[in-house]
Design a binder for this molecule. Structure first.
Ligand SMILES: Nc1nc2c(ncn2[C@@H]2O[C@H](COP(=O)(O)OP(=O)(O)OP(=O)(O)O)[C@@H](O)[C@H]2O)c(=O)[nH]1
Ligand SMILES: [Mg+2]
Length: 402
C-alpha cells in the first residue's frame, strides 16, 4: 500500500503539532482515533508549500529543403520550433488552502514541439496554470525574494517562463548563403524553486487562549462554522467569516487557533498560524474571566507577549479587548473588578455573550468603526507618500534643468 503522505518538507505543520513522523508514512491502521482527526484537519489546511517550477523548453528550429514536383530546389523550408509553456500561478477565489499542491514536488509545463519541413511551425507548449487561494505570496526559494503577492481573483504570476522556440533554417537564407544548413535550438525554459506562503486576507483577527470563545463568536456574527467544544485546541486551523454590519458593508474576520504561554517555543499549536494575522488591521482579544483562579491581567499579557514574539508589529495594531461568556454568573460577578483593573492600565473592556447575543452588536460596530478609521489612515498615509514622491521628482527635475 502506498504511503499516506510522502515525507516532504513543506508541511512542517506536522512537526508543530507534535504528530510523530510515523504518521506521515505509516499505514492507516496504525493511527489511533484522535490522531486521525488531527491528521485529517491538518491535511486539509496547508499554508506553505515548496515546489520546483520547470517551464517548457522551446522546440528546435528545423533544417529542411523543399523538394516538390516542378520545384526540385525549393529552397530552405525549416519551420520554427514552438515556444515552451510557462508555469503560472493564478488566484482562484474558491480556494482557501494550498492543500492541492501539498503532494506535488514538480510543476512542469510542456515543451514546444520542433519545427518541421515545409515551413511548419512547431506547436507551442500550453501554459501550466496552477490555481492558488487569494493571499498567496510567491517567493523564490533560493534567494528568498518575493515574486508576487497574489490577492485578487484572476491575478497571475509567472513562476517560470517558457523558452522561446528556435528559428528554422528558412529564416537564415541570404543572398550569399541561399541554402543554410543550420537552425536555432530552442531556449530552455526557466526553472525555479518556489515557496508559496498563504496569508489569509482578513481585516480582523480573533486572538485569545483556547476556550476563550473565539469560534463561538465568529459563528455568531458570520456564516463560518468552526467546531466549538469545551476543550482546548478545538480549532486547529484558521477559519474566515464575513461579518456584514450594514446593507453594503462587511469585513472579514479570522478565527485562529488558541495561544498558550510558551506558544513561541512550540507549546500547544505554536504561533505559526499567527502569520494569518499579518494582514489584519484590527485584533479582537477575547478574555474568559469566568475562572476566579486565573489572573485576567496576566492572561492578557501572556497573549500579547506571544503576539510580540511572533511579530512585534502585531502589537501596534488597534486591539479591542472583550470579555466573553457574559451570560455566566461568575463572569458577571467578576466583571466590575476586572474592568476596573484594566481601566487602571488604560485598557477599555467590552463584554459580550456569543450565546445570548448580548454585547455582540456593540462589538461588531466598534470593530467596524476602528477598521474604517484604520483604512482612512492608510489612505491618508498613501496620499502623503505619493505627494512626497511627486515633490521629490519635481525637485529632481528642477535641479537637473538648472
Ligand atoms: N455560556 C457561554 N459559553 C460560551 C460562550 N462562548 C463560548 N462558550 C463555550 O466555551 C467553550 C469554548 O468555546 P470555543 O468557541 O470553542 O472556544 P475557542 O476560543 O474557539 O477555543 P479553541 O478553538 O480551543 O481555541 C464552548 O463550550 C462554548 O460553548 C458564551 O458566550 N457563553
Ligand atoms: Mg475555536
Amino acid at each position: 500500500m502506498p504511503p499516506l503522505i510522502h515525507k516532504r518538507q513543506p508541511n512542517n505543520l506536522f512537526a508543530q503539532a507534535h504528530v510523530p513522523l510515523q504518521i506521515l508514512s505509516g499505514s492507516e491502521q496504525t493511527l489511533s482515533k484522535p490522531r486521525q482527526g488531527l491528521f485529517f484537519l491538518l491535511m486539509h489546511f496547508i499554508d506553505e508549500v515548496r515546489l520546483l517550477a520547470k517551464a517548457g523548453d522551446g522546440g528546435k528550429g528545423c533544417v529542411a529543403f523543399l523538394r516538390e514536383k516542378y520545384r526540385p530546389r525549393g529552397g530552405p523550408s525549416g519551420g520554427d520550433g514552438g515556444d515552451g509553456g510557462s508555469v503560472i500561478f493564478r488566484v482562484d477565489a474558491q480556494l482557501n488552502t494550498l492543500v492541492d499542491l501539498a503532494h506535488q514536488k514538480h510543476l512542469r509545463a510542456p515543451r514546444g514541439e520542433y519545427g518541421r519541413g515545409k515551413d511548419q511551425h512547431g506547436k507551442n507548449g500550453q501554459d501550466l496554470i496552477v490555481r492558488v487561494p487569494p493571499g498567496t505570496m510567491v517567493y523564490d526559494d533560493e534567494t528568498g525574494a518575493l515574486l508576487a503577492d497574489l490577492r485578487t481573483a484572476g491575478e497571475e504570476c509567472i513562476a517560470a517562463k517558457g523558452g522561446m522556440g528556435g528559428k528554422g533554417n528558412a529564416h537564415f537564407a541570404t543572398s550569399t548563403n541561399r541554402a543554410p544548413r543550420f537552425a536555432q535550438p530552442g531556449i530552455p525554459g526557466e526553472e525555479r524553486a518556489v515557496r508559496l506562503e498563504l496569508r489569509l486576507l482578513a481585516d480582523v483577527g480573533l486572538v485569545g487562549f483556547p476556550n476563550a470563545g473565539k469560534s463561538t463568536l465568529i459563528s455568531a456574527v458570520s456564516a463560518a462554522r468552526p467546531r466549538i467544544a469545551d476543550f482546548p485546541f478545538t480549532t486547529l486551523t484558521p477559519h474566515l467569516g464575513v461579518v456584514r454590519y450594514s446593507e453594503e458593508r462587511s469585513f472579514v474576520m479570522a478565527d485562529v487557533p488558541g495561544l498558550i504561554e510558551g506558544a513561541h517555543e512550540g507549546h500547544g499549536l505554536g504561533i505559526r498560524f499567527l502569520r494569518h494575522l499579518a494582514r489584519t488591521s484590527v485584533l479582537i482579544h477575547l478574555l474568559d474571566i469566568s475562572d476566579a483562579e486565573r489572573d485576567s491581567w496576566q492572561d492578557y499579557q501572556v497573549i500579547n507577549n506571544e503576539l510580540a514574539c511572533f511579530d512585534v508589529t502585531l502589537l501596534d495594531r488597534p486591539q479591542i479587548v472583550a470579555v466573553t461568556k457574559l451570560d455566566l454568573p461568575d463572569t458577571r460577578d467578576r466583571l466590575p473588578e476586572v474592568s476596573a483593573l484594566f481601566a487602571s492600565h488604560s485598557v477599555e473592556l467590552f463584554a459580550l455573550s456569543a450565546v445570548t447575543g448580548e454585547g455582540v452588536k456593540e462589538l461588531v460596530f466598534r470593530t467596524a468603526q476602528v477598521l474604517e478609521r484604520q483604512k482612512e489612515r492608510a489612505r491618508e498615509l498613501e496620499k502623503a507618500h505619493e505627494q512626497q514622491e511627486l515633490q521629490k521628482r519635481e525637485s529632481f527635475f528642477l535641479s537637473s534643468s538648472l
